[in-house]
Design a protein around this ligand. Sequence first.
Ligand SMILES: Cc1ncc(C[n+]2csc(CCOP(=O)(O)OP(=O)(O)O)c2C)c(N)n1
Ligand code: SF4
Ligand SMILES: [Mg+2]
Length: 264
Amino acid sequence: MAVKDKLKEELFPTIWCPGCGIGLIMTQLATVMDEIGLDERNTVIVTGIGCTGRMGAYMRFDSVYTLHGRTLPVAEAIKTVRPELNVIVVSGDGDTASIGGNHLLHSIRRNPNITVLCNNNEIYGLTGGQAGPTTPKGTNTVSSPAGTVASPVNLQGLVNTNPQAYYAKTTVYHQGQMRRAIKEAIDWPGFSFVDITSQCIENNGRRIGFPSANEMLMYFKKEYRQAPSAARHLEHHQLGIVKGSPEAAVPVAPTAGGDGHSAE
Ligand SMILES: Cc1ncc(C[n+]2csc(CCOP(=O)(O)OP(=O)(O)O)c2C)c(N)n1
Ligand code: SF4
Ligand SMILES: [Mg+2]
């Protein structure tokens, strides 16, 4: 098999704008799938609504194009009835953490063995550039022309409320690191989340001052730095992986004489 066999090239060009970061994620995901032998017999892709959600249509896999924000319950249901399948969710920041935010909280704590790739372009791309849950404070958007007033949601913090989960931060510029993170996340025996900073040049980038997608990529190159490998927490604009432990202690039901925690 080859990487291109994972893609429905007959449907190209894609619907995405020239310079959009989503295609870079799709290519790296297809590369990893080829490397580790994922195909339409052993893997299903679940996507949400938004520009990111169109990825399922371009990959040669069975995929479910769910309602907006509903990727995670659908993915968990598939994993429950077909545990032998690899279940990979591909979802935008808005889909994952705004309308899908409540599902995100509860998927994290249920710890299903699924992988989430979040295309974090820090905007509602499809609908024209409204502020989303990860939009940095002060950003000028269609829905906040004077700058957003709210702080962005802390995806790392949310995922790491589950000590058994896997969280990785990467960008579409750092393709080798992105591939490593996607591969490890798919291998992880529990909830895994890859938070991928990318560019929406059409409905965000130009408004905030980037003349082209390339300038956004160069910004990611300049701004993002690798965290020390032993880091247990990634600082702002640090790339890296924070692995929980599948054996980490989690609260368990109290028993007479017990302390309410599993043994460490
Ligand atoms: C129930 C519902 N509410 C709102 C919408 C409109 N809508 C479609 S996509 C979207 C946001 C997409 O943003 P994101 O998930 O970040 O994806 P992107 O387009 O940036 O890839 C919204 C609000 C919808 N389709 N369904
Ligand atoms: S609107 Fe933004 S996120 Fe959507 S395809 Fe265009 S560049 Fe990509
Ligand atoms: Mg988005």
